[in-house]
Design a protein around this ligand. Structure first.
Ligand code: SAM
Length: 299
């Protein structure tokens, strides 16, 4: 655990030398110093695993593509490592929402170093919808707290209408969650999240990080997923019906479709046969196109 120390005045901290080998992407102090100065010992309940290597945070920012013409939403900036990467890589404007009030003074120092380009909202990203405060084109970039990451992703993937207000999502997850987002039929990781993500986005893993990249290190690997919103879904279907069919199929993923989907239609076997889908297949063998055909058939 890091000791709490009295904050070092900003002017003094700016002139402190950076440790040899650390990236110098701005004139702000190294993150270890920021964390010590503001007493930001990591809290597990807030999913706090910080990235302190600014080379790495700049790399994640670059994975989001050209930021110069975009507003960026960042959820959970913490001490600001990724925020600094985003600003140094030229984001037009960053709006960051952070639940931990202890981080706000550190983030205010970053805002002061990039006048007019960083706004920080203290609050819970599940309660506030900051997307409406931004000007398109909008990119979402975040090292998400593990406990709310999937819920936020699902919300971003299910807006009231498509295309969404954002153009890309570049998000760090536990690697196991990242694999569920990009999974293909036939794999263990394939399920509702893969179908939801791949129906209307191009999703790929762009970076995998070992526990040691974070402070404190989590128990497992992490990965950054980059999702690009498609102008329209890959195959037509009603979002609600598709979700209902996919949920029913995967709620009992070990069962054959004719059993798993019986609750949706007592005549499901005939319906599946008519659509050319084997009633004896299991959900994990069915691709997105077939699920969309089934959803359309339900109307
Ligand atoms: N972006 C920083 C980095 O990469 O070092 C911190 C990432 S850390 C994995 C997740 C951050 O999200 C923490 O700063 C935590 O306080 C914040 N957080 C947790 N739950 C949140 C919520 N519901 N809304 C907004 N921020 C949240």
């Amino acid at each position: 655990m890091l000791a709490r120390t009295a904050p070092i005045p900003l002017a003094m901290r700016r002139v402190l030398p950076h440790p040899v080998g650390m990236a110098q992407i701005d004139n702000l102090p190294p993150l270890r110093e920021v964390i010590a100065a503001h007493g930001l010992d990591a809290r597990k309940a807030l999913g706090q695993n910080f990235l302190l290597d600014l080379n790495l945070t700049s790399r994640i920012a670059r994975a989001a593509g050209d930021l110069s013409g975009s507003d960026v939403l960042e959820v959970g900036p913490g001490p600001g490592g990724l925020t600094r990467g985003l600003l140094a890589e030229g984001a037009r404007r960053v709006l960051a929402i952070e639940k931990d009030a202890r981080c706000l003074p550190a983030l205010a120092e970053i805002a002061a170093a990039y006048p007019g380009r960083l706004e920080v909202i203290g609050g819970d990203a599940l309660q506030v919808d900051p997307l409406q405060h931004l000007t398109p084109p909008i990119k979402v970039v975040a090292n998400l707290p593990y406990n709310v990451g999937t819920e936020l992703l699902v919300r971003w993937l299910t807006p009231p209408s498509w295309p969404p207000v954002w153009t890309t999502l570049t998000l760090m997850f536990q690697k196991e969650v990242a694999e569920r987002i990009v999974a293909r039929p036939g794999s263990k990781a394939y399920g509702r999240l893969a179908l939801l993500a791949q129906w209307r986005t191009e999703a790929r893993i762009v970076l995998t990080l070992p526990p040691g990249a974070f402070t404190p290190p989590p128990k497992i690997d992490s990965a950054v997923v980059h999702l690009t919103a498609l102008p329209e879904p890959r195959f037509p279907a009603s979002a609600k019906t598709l979700e209902r069919v996919v949920a029913a199929a995967f709620n009992q993923r070990r069962k054959m479709l004719r059993a798993a989907l019986k609750g949706l239609d007592p005549q499901i076997e005939a319906r599946l046969e008519r659509l050319g889908i084997a009633p004896t297949a299991r959900a994990e063998e069915i691709d997105l196109e077939a699920f969309c055909a089934l959803a359309r058939d339900f109307g």
